[in-house]
Design a protein around this ligand. Sequence first.
Ligand code: CO
Length: 197
Amino acid sequence: MPEKLMLRNRDWASGIVEQSPDYFRKLSALQKPEYFWIGCADARVPANVITGLEPGEVFVHRNVANMVHSADLNLMSALQFAIEGLGIRKIIVCGHYGCGGVNAACEEGHSNGLVDHWIAPIKSLRHSHADELGALDEHAQRDRLAELNVLSSVTRIAESPILIEASAQGHSIEIHGMIYSLVDGQLSLLETSVKSM
Ligand code: CO
């Protein structure tokens, strides 16, 4: 199996060098992405592919259900490096409809093991938005919950000590919430209450 990946890698790399002989030399000399992307680990939502961005153009963190936990050292280290190390000023939190993590948060009386701890904030959102969600059918409920989870992650990023520190230092940082549709490949921007900081 790894051999297949190696072969595909060699084809990809040699194809690029054919088109642009300096490509890897230039890219290896500098990492200067414009965006920090926080997305779901789902194999169907690869950041570079769905945004049409090239290697080097987006700094990426992915986890199950694009969660932002304030004590997640992995994400918070990446966030700090994105802002302070790479000088990124545009952050995107991207969720997707049909998210397995969101669906799991909608299941009652069924244990999924460790991931239930990870997605507990989505269950809380489900309860705190029970009135809004209760007016929708089951499919629309899950779609809306995926959106609410993105908006909640945007707020958690905005309220993180790293963003507060960046703001105190006079950096203006945009945080956008997006949602991706597996069905048609379209990204949509969500209205958030978080303004540029
Ligand atoms: Co997902």
